[in-house]
Design a protein around this ligand. Structure first.
Ligand code: GDP
Ligand code: MG
Length: 435
């Protein structure tokens, strides 16, 4: 059992600082994750360059591996790049008007229904409007959705002028006390002039409070080009990323934000009407990295770990003066981070390895009892602990003499390991200086 604790401690204990070596390895992983997630190559490169600059020279929390710390820096950077905070759509107005734009098949009609239901659940009185005048089936599609979610749909099957239909819908909303009008429009399979002129005209005529650009997140690089084309013409207010269900990792979110600099406001996660989520940049960052658990480990460690204490202990280690007081303090810091089993489970690879092993916070209790039975002088100077003192400690703590001896042995091993790590550190530092 104590061997397992040792193992956990060893893994949790940091290497002290972020160096070129561990940055390079982690950034390689990050770049791969970004490209896998369909992030534009240039964006991925500039992201990893920025991160490298920020990471080198960051002080490290002792309880966390530099690699994990780096992941946290990466995830913060991605979050920032995607806008940092969530941004709500503007639904103020009498009525508020939300205009959908985007290519055919991107999910405009589906999302119109989802948004209507989402707003209805908030107690808003919503009207859906069918402005896709090219495909008769489009009106029916919206009507079916409206019926399904209990929201009225405004349509004029004989009218081929989307501008007029949208204007009439707003008049109808005012007359019937609807507070939000959602205008679904027609798209084409590719960007073309006629579609752009039409959406431009509708936007100009109805002055929407919110214009959303709807895009299929599975279209990767095309999504970025389309976003740019639409934004250049209609200057939309926000982006809706659809089809983020399955294993689509959402790199489009990063690329689109980088290219058009407009907030992503919603994501679509299924074909069903409840498949809608507000866009949270931090959640998308961990999704893109596919390393959610490591990130939460780093965050927990950061919250719990007293940085002053960390700095003090690492100084002790460097001076080879690590003693039982420091050992106890480290145990307590680790306990503050949460149930040990959780923490160990979050470390990639560890969870599986230790799944049959009993690790709980009680595992630390015997160790704590033994250390607490030492006098302050003994804790600070472990070399004082001869046989007779060990016997006294055993009686005082109610642990067997063997357990006391084991702890001494472990402590000695730990010190040796630290000494070795210090020497290695010195050597690599010397190498850096020589370079
Ligand atoms: P429009 O041409 O832009 O109006 O696109 P539609 O709303 O008609 O959607 C095109 C297809 O994509 C339909 O088969 C939808 O069911 C599907 N779809 C839309 N949004 C999502 C989504 O978030 N997830 C999935 N899996 N399918 C979606
Ligand atoms: Mg449609």
């Amino acid at each position: 059992l104590s061997q397992n604790i040792n193992q956990a401690l060893r893994t949790l204990k940091g290497k002290g600082r972020i160096t070129d070596v561990n940055v390079a390895a982690t950034l390689k992983e990050v770049r791969k994750a970004l490209l896998d997630a369909d992030v534009n190559f240039k964006v991925a490169k500039s992201v990893t360059d920025t991160i490298k600059e920020k990471a080198l020279g960051q002080k490290i929390l002792i309880a966390v591996e530099p690699g994990q710390m780096l992941v946290k820096i990466v995830s913060d950077e991605l979050t920032e790049l995607m806008g940092g905070q969530k941004v709500d759509i503007n639904t103020k107005g009498d009525p508020a008007v939300v205009l959908m734009s985007g290519l055919q098949g991107s999910g405009k009609t589906t999302f119109s229904g989802k948004l209507a239901l989402y707003l209805k659940k908030q107690g808003r009185n919503v009207l859906l409007t069918a402005c896709d005048v090219y495909r008769p089936a489009a009106i029916d599609q919206l009507k079916v959705l409206g019926e399904q979610i209990g929201v009225d749909v405004y349509a004029e099957p004989e009218n081929k002028n989307p501008v007029q239909i949208a204007q009439n819908a707003i008049k109808h909303a005012k007359a019937t006390g609807k507070k939000i009008v959602i205008v679904d429009t027609a798209g084409r399979l590719a960007v073309d002039e006629e579609m752009m002129r039409e959406i431009e005209a509708v936007k100009k005529a109805i002055q929407p409070t919110e214009t959303l650009f709807v895009v299929d997140s599975m279209t990767g690089q095309d999504a970025v080009n389309t976003a740019k084309a639409f934004n250049d013409r209609i200057n939309f207010d926000g982006v809706v990323l659809t089809k983020l269900d399955g294993d689509t990792r959402g790199g489009a979110a990063l690329s689109i934000k980088a290219v058009v600099d407009k907030p992503i406001k919603f994501i679509g996660t299924s074909e069903k009407m409840d498949g809608i989520d507000v866009f949270y940049p931090d959640r998308m960052a961990s999704r893109i990295l596919g390393m959610g658990d490591v990130i939460s480990l780093v965050e927990r460690a950061q919250q719990a770990y007293d940085e002053e204490e960390a700095r003090r202990i690492s100084k002790q280690i460097r001076k080879n003066q690590f003693n039982f007081d420091d050992f106890l303090s480290q145990l307590q810091q680790i306990k503050k981070m949460g149930p040990v089993k959780d923490l160990v489970g979050m470390i990639p690879g560890m969870g599986n390895m230790l799944k049959d092993v009993q690790i709980d916070d009680d595992a630390f209790k015997p160790i704590e009892a033994i250390i607490q039975s030492m006098t302050p002088k003994e804790r600070a100077n472990p070399e004082l602990l001869d046989a007779s003192r060990r016997k006294r400690i055993s009686t005082g703590s109610g642990r067997s003499i063997q357990e006391v001896n084991n702890l001494m042995k472990q402590f000695d091993q730990m010190k040796k390991m630290m000494k070795m790590m210090n020497q290695m550190d010195m050597r690599s530092m010397a190498k850096q200086v020589r370079k």
